[in-house]
Design a protein around this ligand. Structure first.
Ligand code: PLP
Length: 475
């Protein structure tokens, strides 16, 4: 039903040529210089970094699209709030402001501050998890999965079929497959299921949204089997924007009210404030159940800090309270989603294959298709990441066979299912001219891609090799 509604909007009303430029809804009061360099200099930098952009220093990068996490620009109001940060150990006024902001949004009674998202995850999943337990999600984010597996429990991803097809256009590719969820619950016995986690937006594919309908259905299944329903709410404002645009019945509801409605379906929530709270560090846990909250607080005090600051400074909590309000402003969200979409559309027009439709916080380029002259075992994603840096000083991240590739017991290479390159967009940091520049660099790569070469790994650690591996160009 919503699909037809949305395709009408998609094909009809939103005619991009007809609407005016979406200008950045802010003026720039303080600037951070970008160091410019020549291609010749970048060739040297890349060589010294062993062709791994994670090894570059930030002043060697012109446009940094490595991540949207903790890279937001704060507003003048947030900076002013930092000056008022109350650094009291107990009962900080800044904590009271942050607590109120999260309570109002979530409708949950118990709020625990943490130094970032994974600290909240460690607390809740240590308590709910353990050997023999199961967690189901549309997709577990990597730190979520790691914390669950570290507790001894099993994390199973159940995205809808449409979410697995990169080229398919669907309004809510982040949805969880509810029929599969119920089947899995019955298979493992509901008693063994610790929680169902909806990640909004779903990080895979660049932040694909989850519909309210899907959240309602997941909540109903959880209620039926008495299983806690948790939201990984890192990008809940971006998700609310998509619901407002694409789901029937929400066109006149504010994004804040949409987010509130979704949060009221859940029993708890985990947040990395480094995303939609528009700050550089922070997180929290929100819960409805007093007994679980009490246990979580005990762990919080042992490992993060007292309950009125978690791992945060008073000034950080002040900035989170303000960021949680600013992120829901219509003008901000319109600029945010439209600028990601703008880059996606520019690349599509150039014939660069990307995951469709563009999500909230990133554009994923299908490097295996774009660089189809480079065999998969020569890492087309790494080749594209290196070319983006060399030609344009743009730093992106390979999400493919470097990150997820493996070797079998005979040492034979097993590629990842896809070779993608993620262009993550920091919040309020870059302007449309920066995005035009990124598109121009891609235009150059389209012209010269036949001359780009594959790579081989010459040194790699045992775990998380993408951060530190050394590469060599295959000539
Ligand atoms: C970033 C992120 C986390 C982890 O948060 P950190 O602040 O990086 O520890 C968890 N879930 C999702 C969906 C995220 O994007």
């Amino acid at each position: 039903m919503f699909f037809t509604f949305w395709s009408g909007v998609f094909c009809g009303k939103i005619d991009f040529m007809a609407i005016k430029t979406i200008i950045e809804p802010f003026r720039i009061k303080m600037v951070e210089p970008i160091t410019m360099h020549t291609e010749a200099e970048r060739i040297d930098y890349l060589k010294a970094a062993h062709y791994n952009p994670f090894q570059l220093s930030s002043d060697q990068v012109i446009i940094d699209l490595l991540t949207d996490s903790g890279t937001s620009a704060m507003s003048a109001r947030q900076w002013a709030g930092m000056m008022e940060g109350d650094e009291s150990y107990a009962g900080s006024q800044s904590w009271l402001k942050m607590e109120k902001a999260v309570k109002d949004l979530s409708g949950m009674e118990y709020i625990l501050p943490t130094h970032q998202g994974r600290a909240a995850e460690r607390i809740i999943y240590t308590l709910l998890g353990g050997a023999g337990k199961y967690f189901f999600s549309n997709t577990h984010f990597d730190t979520t999965r790691a914390n669950i597996e570290f507790s001894g429990a099993t994390a199973i991803d159940l995205p809808i079929e449409e979410g697995k097809n990169p080229q398919l256009i669907h309004p809510f590719k982040g949805n969880l497959d509810v029929a599969a969820l119920e089947k899995h619950i019955l298979d493992v016995d509901a008693q063994q299921v610790s929680a169902v986690i909806l990640t909004v937006t779903n990080n895979s594919g660049g932040g694909q949204p989850v519909s309210m309908q899907n959240a309602r259905e997941v909540a109903a299944v959880c209620a039926k089997y008495n299983i806690p329903f948790l939201l990984d709410m890192c990008r809940i404002a971006e998700n609310a924007w998509f619901i407002r645009q694409r789901e029937e019945g929400f066109a006149d509801v504010s994004c804040y009210d949409i987010a509130r409605e979704m949060m009221r379906l859940a029993d708890g929530a985990v947040m990395s404030s480094k995303k939609d709270a528009l700050v550089n560090m922070g997180g929290f846990l929100a819960l409805k159940d007093p007994d679980l909250a009490e246990e979580c607080k005990n762990l919080l005090i042992i490992t993060e800090g007292f309950t009125t600051y978690g791992g945060l400074s008073g000034r950080d909590m002040e900035a989170i309270a303000i960021g949680l309000e600013e992120v829901f402003r219509h003008d901000y969200l319109e600029y945010r989603i439209k600028s990601t979409e703008y880059l996606g559309r520019k690349l599509t027009e150039l014939g660069v294959p990307i995951m469709q439709p563009t999500g909230g916080h990133a554009v994923y380029v299908d490097a295996r298709t774009f660089y189809d002259h480079i065999p998969v075992h020569e890492y087309p994603g790494q080749a594209l990441v290196c070319d983006l840096y060399r030609v344009g000083g743009i730093r992106a991240v390979e999400v493919g066979s470097v990150m997820f590739g493996k070797y079998d017991e005979h040492g034979a290479f097993i590629p990842a299912p896809m070779d993608l390159v993620r262009l993550a967009i920091p919040r309020r940091v870059y302007t449309q001219s920066h995005m035009e520049y990124v598109a121009e660099v891609f235009a150059e790569l389209v012209e010269q891609k036949q001359s780009s070469k594959g790579y081989r790994i010459i040194k790699e650690p045992k775990f998380l090799r993408h951060f530190t591996a050394w590469f060599e160009e295959i000539v």
